[in-house]
Write a protein that binds this ligand. Structure first.
Ligand SMILES: C[S@@+](CC[C@H](N)C(=O)[O-])C[C@H]1O[C@@H](n2cnc3c(N)ncnc32)[C@H](O)[C@@H]1O
Length: 277
């Protein structure tokens, strides 16, 4: 398997981001994030920056997007891909350390498929709250648990690595995440589930490559033997044959969507947070 993964994990993630994250991320931006021209947006956990660039386009030249990620390789690739976009900057950082932290300067903090990788959620919501303007919006997509086809891949294909791989994930029940959000001072406007509409892989190589990139290269293709693959197939889709299609299977593809507003007294009365205009 290892010789099939010719790119580095960040490049692989970029391809996966386009095929697994982008469409649903953009849909969320259109329906619930609703950026306005001139907005200042923080993209927290931007990955290789596909959605950051989309946001930068929507806020226009008067607005700006600051995109942050702790993965140096992904930030570098994002800078190479979108370095020519004037109102967009990519910075190595994290939910504990990003430009404008605590500055009450952002209109929107956007975070797509990130919160479940961060252990200290109390800190995330506190830092985001302190960085938003009064009346500003948090818009996040996250998952509560890893899809079982991913956990099975860890266990069957990478038993030597399973503990480390599972230890990277910090998903929590939706009710608990909402609690962190409210405790930080946010008013939750919407919280709902949708299935990932792109979770389909044409062959086993694409599926395993997605897991490899998702884990920043920790999932080790060198450990995937033919014998292990045979044992994995029954977990890889309902009939064990490609394409491996997890769309429509709730426990594999459910994604939580959260929209919350920083309490702003009377300003809330005039703020349209439910639909894009
Ligand atoms: C599944 S990717 C999503 C990337 C991007 N938002 C997208 O939609 O393609 C999750 C990202 O969260 C980042 N991440 C992990 N821990 C983080 C933290 N503590 N603060 C901010 N981002 C973090 C990872 O480096 C990774 O790029």
């Amino acid at each position: 398997m290892s010789n099939l993964f010719s790119s580095n994990a960040a490049e692989g993630y970029k391809q996966g981001s386009l095929s697994v994250q982008k469409v649903d991320g953009e849909k969320f931006i259109q329906t619930d994030v609703c950026p306005q021209a001139g907005d200042a947006i923080l993209d927290l956990g931007c990955g290789t920056g596909e959605l950051s660039a989309y946001l930068a386009d929507l806020v226009g030249p008067e607005g700006k997007v600051v995109a942050v990620d702790p993965d140096k390789e992904r930030v570098l690739l994002a800078q190479q891909s979108y370095g020519n976009v004037k109102n967009l900057s990519f910075v190595e950082g994290s939910a504990s350390n990003f430009p404008g932290i605590g500055s009450q300067s952002y209109d929107i903090v956007f975070s797509n498929q990130v919160i479940h990788w961060i252990p200290d959620k109390e800190e995330v919501f506190k830092n985001v709250f302190g960085s938003l303007k009064s009346g500003g919006k948090l818009a996040a997509r996250y998952i509560e648990r890893l899809p079982s086809f991913v956990v099975s891949a860890y266990k069957v294909l990478n038993p030597e690595n399973t503990e480390r791989l599972c230890g990277m994930f910090h998903g929590e029940e939706k009710a608990k995440t909402e609690q962190y959000c409210s405790s930080a001072g946010f008013r939750i406007i919407k919280s709902y589930d949708l299935m990932n509409s792109q979770l389909v892989f044409q062959n086993i190589h694409n599926l395993l490559k997605w897991i490899w990139t998702l884990t920043h290269g920790v999932f080790d293709p060198n450990l995937v033997t033919d014998e292990r693959l045979q044992r994995y197939y029954p977990y890889s889709s309902r009939d064990g044959k490609p394409p491996f299609d997890f769309r429509g299977i709730k426990e594999e593809s459910a994604v939580c969507h959260l929209i919350a507003v920083k309490q702003a007294g009377d300003e809330l009365k005039t703020l349209d947070v439910t639909h894009c205009k």
